[in-house]
Design a binder for this molecule. Structure first.
Ligand SMILES: [Zn+2]
Length: 322
């Protein structure tokens, strides 16, 4: 494998022009989802070519949070091709996450199509208020509950609080929706996958008020040492993403250092949060090794040992893939 190239399925060639216009991948599984914006949060244009494939990991790990329905980059990549590319570098399995009804329906189809996937379904904290505004929240809850009953849907998420994107009256809906999803996870015996953006204290408070489910994952952990200690205390999993590799992420690296190793998970949140030095470009599960290596370095841990631990932790969080 040439270290400077992305995996074959992620490479742009002239033949892709048709595929792109048509909007479907060779295996028919891509091209139906939302597209990630071509500009970043500050409005700058992003590079849309995929980063090179990393060196394979010595022991396989799991990407416990990805959005395979989300399109990004210059080429369409289907579920099977995405998982093949990840598997080739030691990321053999993943958790596909839905955020609204279309992506949650996609999740159930995807977990039925490929045994390397488990699923999570929910209304994202920024999406629940939109369903409420259209008078469709109760119907959406009913469908999420039905989809969540699927035996390969092992988590309710992502749900939680986002004070960055949602403001004002819509926050009432966001809080109610978080409480509803916590209750659903408990009723169905599923893992809770939390989205927490600028809302650490309230997320912890609501979990305490409602009573947390047995297994809780802070997806794309964004807290500091203090939140890491709270997670240690409650036995909540902390899933680290590419953000821990960012130059300005000293808080996150300090949190990683105090996190109980038995609570550590790794994820991409792809196509978002591409690790350094590829920040801003499209992300995919095959890039997990960049983050795992950065974690090992930060922890002074043996890479193979960390990989084994991450996989064992992931199976404790979501159960067996078999
Ligand atoms: Zn996500």
């Amino acid at each position: 494998m040439c270290a400077s190239l992305p995996p074959a399925a992620y490479r742009w060639t002239d033949d892709d022009a048709d595929t792109r216009a048509d909007g479907t991948a060779a295996d028919g599984t891509a091209g139906r989802g939302e597209r990630r914006s071509a500009t970043d949060e500050e409005g700058r244009r992003r590079r849309l070519d995929y980063p090179p494939a990393p060196e394979p990991l010595p022991v396989p790990v799991v990407d416990n949070h990805t959005h395979l329905n989300f399109r990004d980059g210059l080429v369409e990549v289907g579920v099977r091709d995405a998982l093949d590319a990840a598997e080739a570098v030691g990321v053999g399995r993943a958790v596909q996450v839905g955020c609204d009804l279309p992506s949650s329906r996609f999740t159930v189809e995807a977990v039925e199509a490929d045994a390397r996937l488990l699923g999570a379904v929910a209304l994202h904290p920024n999406d629940a208020p939109r369903y409420a505004a259209r008078g469709e929240l109760e119907a959406a809850y009913a469908e999420i509950e039905a989809l969540a009953a699927h035996p390969r849907v092992r988590a309710i998420g992502e749900t939680g609080l986002d004070f960055f994107r949602t403001k004002g009256e819509a926050l009432t809906v966001q809080f109610d929706s978080f409480r509803w999803h916590i209750d659903l996870a408990k009723r169905l015996g599923k893992t809770l996958q939390i989205h927490d953006r600028d809302a650490h204290d309230d997320v912890v408070r609501v979990l305490a008020e409602e009573g947390a489910p047995d297994r809780v994952v802070f997806h794309c952990f964004s807290g500091d040492e203090e939140l890491a200690r709270v997670c240690n205390e409650h036995g909540w999993f902390m899933s680290f993403s590419g953000t821990m590799t960012f130059k300005n992420a000293d808080d996150l690296r300090r949190a990683l250092a105090v996190a109980d190793p038995s609570r550590l998970l790794v994820e991409t949140d792809s196509p978002f949060l591409t690790p350094h030095p590829y920040r801003g470009r499209p992300n995919a599960s095959y890039m997990v090794p960049y983050t795992v290596r950065a974690m090992a370095e930060e922890l002074g841990a043996d890479l193979a040992e960390l990989c084994g631990r991450l996989t064992a932790n992931t199976e404790e969080a979501y159960g067996s893939w078999d």
